[in-house]
Design a protein around this ligand. Structure first.
Ligand code: PLP
Length: 371
């Protein structure tokens, strides 16, 4: 839609995407370029190159408190998306149910359908700050449930799972003997001292949790397609088969870039997170000055999930359509993220301060003009 309008000569401020606008840090690019020049242009082991597996094992140990044996418990994948897909393909049989607290990222339910399973939403309440509770999970669990999928920091709500919420997830999973899939791709993008907790570290969780992560968001590497999944050895053996017989491996020179990302240049990530922090303030403060809109500051990721129920267009889809047509601002209706997203819209702040400031002004003008 944005492209169509742009082709028609309309100027559109795009706050709909989920892609960092920064260049991939230079030391990562240099490492991958060097690897290409050194001839790392062939298949690698399906699981991933040893240097990257080791770097991931070390990162999980030091940063997340997760202990793995890299040679058996990690699979490097071409993207977190593929890591999620082959994880779900491995643990879900046709007819199984996957409980997903919502609002949630759009691809989880499609992936569940693609493997013949059924996504079951556990809607969270805006009034409760989209907090995950035992009650919300229990209401969604049936005797067909095989797994619970959680995403922290969350796209689209910006919530970071608290230790208490993580305990709720793990205790329900243990009680009903379920897998947990934890999508932690935004873990490095957190604000105001929010602390990322990996569910796999909780008692009883390691043997049932698949932890997914990737390079797209923290390192501005969306186009590189690189991620990984770690988990119990027996499950990872099966995940590896799915990788072997679908994509074989992630590209070798891309994996070389991944090693550089994990082992060097933490400052580059910090600089990007600092800038996201400034943009977050700009967008949240700006939105909260607009009549009928309230927006809680996200604790993590790079999305503002604004409550528009006080405007004259409380329907999220109508609001988004109006803003695209009248304000020239692309944003995403909360309903795209499943039950619980009604009355909300998601605005990405992975874009420049200038675009954010202009978008807030244009939304304000459209509201004043009659939305
Ligand atoms: N998980 C979440 C919550 C996301 O928002 C995204 C991308 O938007 C992904 C996973 C996919 O990441 P990747 O680019 O590694 O496939």
């Amino acid at each position: 839609m944005v492209q169509t309008l742009r082709r028609q000569g309309r100027s559109v401020l795009d706050l709909g995407g989920g892609e960092p606008d920064f260049a991939t840090p230079g030391h990562i690019v240099a490492e991958a370029t060097g690897a290409l020049e050194r001839g790392q242009t062939h298949y690698t082991p399906s699981r991933g190159v040893p240097a990257l597996l080791e770097a991931i094992g070390e990162k999980l140990r030091v940063e997340n408190g997760i202990t793995v044996t890299p040679a058996t418990d990690v699979v490097v994948t071409p993207s977190a998306k593929h890591a999620l897909f082959i994880s779900l393909m491995t643990i879900l049989d046709p007819g199984d149910e996957l409980v997903v607290p919502t609002p949630s990222w759009v691809s989880y339910s499609s992936m569940a359908h693609l493997v013949g399973a059924r996504p079951v939403a556990a809607p969270l309440k805006a009034a409760d700050g989209f907090r995950i509770t035992r009650r919300a999970l229990e209401a969604a669990v049936t005797d067909r449930t095989k797994a619970i999928l959680v995403n922290t920091p969350n796209n689209p709500t910006g919530r970071v799972l608290t230790a208490e919420e993580a305990h709720a997830v793990v205790s329900v999973a243990v009680e009903h003997d379920l897998f947990i899939v934890a999508d932690e791709i935004y873990e490095k993008i957190v604000f105001d001292g929010a602390e990322h907790v990996s569910p796999a570290t909780l008692p009883g969780a390691a043997e049932r949790t698949l932890t997914v992560n990737g390079f797209s968001k923290a390192y501005a590497m969306t186009g590189w397609r690189l991620g990984w999944v770690s988990g119990p050895t027996d499950v990872m053996r099966e995940v590896l088969k799915a990788q072997e017989h679908t994509v074989s491996c992630a590209a070798g020179f891309v994996q070389a870039g991944g090693v550089a990302a994990l082992t060097r240049g933490a400052d580059a990530v910090q600089e990007m997170v600092q800038e996201y922090g400034a943009r977050r303030k700009l967008i949240v403060d700006g939105l909260n000055t607009l009549p009928g809109i309230t927006c809680a500051a996200p604790e993590g990721a790079f999305y503002a999930f604004a409550d528009i129920r006080g405007t004259r267009l409380p329907d999220a889809e109508a609001f988004a359509a109006w803003m695209l047509a009248e304000a020239g601002v692309a944003l995403t209706p909360g309903t795209a993220f499943g039950p619980g997203g009604e009355g909300h819209v998601r605005l990405s702040f992975a874009t420049s301060r200038e675009v954010i400031g202009q978008a807030v002004d244009q939304i304000g003008a459209a509201l004043a003009a009659g939305a």
